[in-house]
Ligand binder design. Structure first.
Ligand code: HGY
Ligand code: MN
Ligand code: MN
Ligand code: MN
Length: 397
């Protein structure tokens, strides 16, 4: 069973080919979810606005400085679950609805914020909406990003009425955020192991994305003997095995190749080039850099063995995050014996943490699986998450 708000959007963006949901920035399902959000927020009397970077804001009362801002995102990875992102948005609306119903009157501004392109599924850079807002990505670079069909972010923005000239750091909007809280489904097994429904986040691993390009010689699959080949697919396969081996040698590190593209991509064609996207994460920034250097050396060796060459290009980077100790202590005071858990997943709250006090609440995921259709949360645990968010808001507002 799904929490009420999640049930309302359960049919939006279902991906029958991959399973789960594919909800990508400013395309059909994402636009439908944005409209749903506007309608849901307006039903609560919230005033909705879109900021310069396409993030949606729903204000309870007048917009203003030092606001308590809560929220998450509505976009998904390809074939993702129902909870990663939407649970935080739905819970934020539900928590405000409860406060309103009880007659609670906030003493400072409050808003629900829905970030654009958190997963980076369309334009390749995770947390793009929060990075743009916070000035953590250069606006010119962002405008030039392309999706898999070659559409630039600038053109995609224009198509939905977001002026691409205005993309980028937005100090006026940023200055309104007194603090940010993101509720999220847990993406690991921490709460399962503890037997608890809700946790406060303590930290996020350092992480980034790199594009590995392996170049060989395109050729005929039938006419080219095995000795004559410079096959980048074989080099990439060996590099992928080496990624796993490298990560295993660095304590606590994680490294993944989840997407590859062979060019030109014909069954009877030895590829000329392969792109493989690396996601690498570790406890500290330095450890992550060392891991990626190790991976690069191993990929280089795999390429040489096959007469190929490689380039490794950084596409995005997010340093390790420690969530605000003051906020965490305040949450603990309000919520009592609540566990504090680190996470390997990136979040907009992590991007904002460099600028404003930020914190997160996690809701137990009994499958321990995320970024896949099996991601789950029991309704009772979702309600416990909303209870926690409501208590925290009563304290902060
Ligand atoms: O990839 C991530 O960590 C995320 O869920 N945005
Ligand atoms: Mn995610
Ligand atoms: Mn998320
Ligand atoms: Mn032929």
């Amino acid at each position: 069973m799904l929490l009420g708000g999640l049930a309302e959007i359960a049919d939006v963006g279902r991906d029958s080919r991959r399973g789960g949901y594919s909800r990508h920035l400013w395309q059909g399902a994402d636009l439908e979810l944005r409209s749903w959000f506007v309608e849901r927020a307006e039903r609560l009397g919230l005033e909705v606005e879109t900021d310069r970077n396409g993030n949606l804001w729903a204000w309870w009362g007048s917009p203003g400085a030092d606001a308590v801002v809560i929220g998450s995102h509505l976009d998904s990875v390809p074939g993702g679950g129902a909870y990663d992102g939407p649970l935080g948005v739905v819970s934020s609306l539900d928590a405000i609805a409860r406060l309103q119903a009880s007659g609670f009157v906030p003493t400072r501004p409050c808003a629900v914020l829905v970030f654009a392109e958190e997963e980076g599924s369309r334009f390749g850079i995770a947390c793009l909406g929060s990075r743009l807002l916070a000035g953590a990505i250069d606006a010119d670079r962002a405008r030039a990003l392309t999706d898999r069909d070659g559409v630039t972010l600038a053109d995609a923005a224009r198509q939905v009425g977001v002026d691409p000239a205005h993309l980028g750091v937005d100090r006026v909007t940023l200055a309104r955020i007194g603090l940010f809280i993101e509720l999220h489904v847990e993406q690991g097994r921490g709460l399962i192991d503890l037997g608890q429904p809700v946790a406060v986040a303590s930290s996020i691993l350092a992480h980034g994305r790199w594009r590995l390009t392996v170049t060989g010689q395109g050729n005929h699959a039938g006419a080219t003997t095995m000795d004559e080949r410079r096959d980048p697919m074989v080099a990439t396969a060996q590099a992928i095995v080496a990624v796993q081996a490298a990560a295993r040698q660095h304590t606590g590190a994680r490294a993944t190749i989840g997407r590859i593209e062979a060019i030109p991509g014909g069954t009877n064609v030895i590829a000329s080039r392969v792109h493989a996207w690396l996601d690498a994460r570790a406890e500290t920034d330095a450890e992550t850099r060392v891991l990626v250097a190790d991976i690069q050396a191993r990929a280089q060796q795999a390429a040489e063995q096959n007469g190929c060459f490689i380039t490794l290009t950084e596409e995005s980077w997010a340093g390790a995050v420690q969530f605000n100790p003051g906020l965490r202590a305040r949450f603990a005071a309000v919520l009592g014996q609540v566990p504090q858990l680190p996470t390997g997943a990136g979040h907009d709250a992590g991007v904002l943490a460099a600028q404003v006090p930020s914190a997160m609440l996690f809701v137990r995921n009994p499958t321990g699986i995320s970024h896949a259709p099996e991601e789950f949360a029991e309704v009772a645990d979702c309600v416990a998450g909303i209870d926690a968010l409501e208590l925290v808001l009563r304290d902060l507002l």
